[in-house]
Write a protein that binds this ligand. Structure first.
Ligand SMILES: [Mg+2]
Length: 174
């Protein structure tokens, strides 16, 4: 299955700390089951993952709704990744999509490594949401009431747009 992943993070590069993990199953028909976990800062720090000053500043400028979403039901990074692996297996995940291929996948792969776990996908099964949306001249499909920079709301909005792109199939090199 195709899995759209969205991370909210404390940085923009592999090795940065992770705040939340959102994901959903999708195909050309639409969006399916979802996954969401908030991650504790302490567990990221213990694993050696860093907070980048630019991203710390970014979060200080975001709205209360986006920031409050991180407070509920936090689990350790290792726990969140083990649960994500279970979910991935249950959903028969194969392809991992990020916005783009150079953001969420390498950041979560570095997080797996930091807690001595393996990501459940092959590196050649990484897919790029940004490339597809640019080629189809589409943007993430947000719905009223969702929260920008919420990992699950973002994953769903991106998956909907990629799904629609493959339904309508109007691509050009952009
Ligand atoms: Mg996001």
């Amino acid at each position: 299955m195709h899995i759209m992943l969205d991370l909210e993070t404390w940085g923009t590069r592999a090795g940065c700390a992770i705040r939340s993990i959102g994901a959903c199953v999708f195909d050309a028909k639409g969006v399916g089951n979802t996954f969401y976990r908030n991650v504790t800062d302490a567990s990221c720090e213990a694993a050696g993952l860093k907070q980048e000053p630019g991203t710390v500043k970014f979060w200080s400028e975001q709205g209360d709704t986006a920031r409050a979403a991180f407070d509920a039901d936090q689990v350790s990074l290792g726990h969140a990744l083990l649960e994500f692996n279970d979910w991935w297996a249950a959903e028969r995940g194969k392809f991992i999509w990020g916005m783009g291929a150079n953001f969420d996948p390498p950041i979560i792969e570095a997080a797996y490594e930091a807690v001595m776990l393996d990501a459940p996908w092959k590196f050649w099964d990484v897919r790029c949401c940004r490339t597809v949306l640019a080629s189809a001249d589409r943007r993430p499909e947000r719905v009223k009431g969702d929260t920008k920079h919420h990992a699950l709301d973002d994953a769903i909005a991106q998956a909907k747009a990629v799904s629609a792109a493959f339904r309508t199939g109007n691509f050009r090199l952009a």
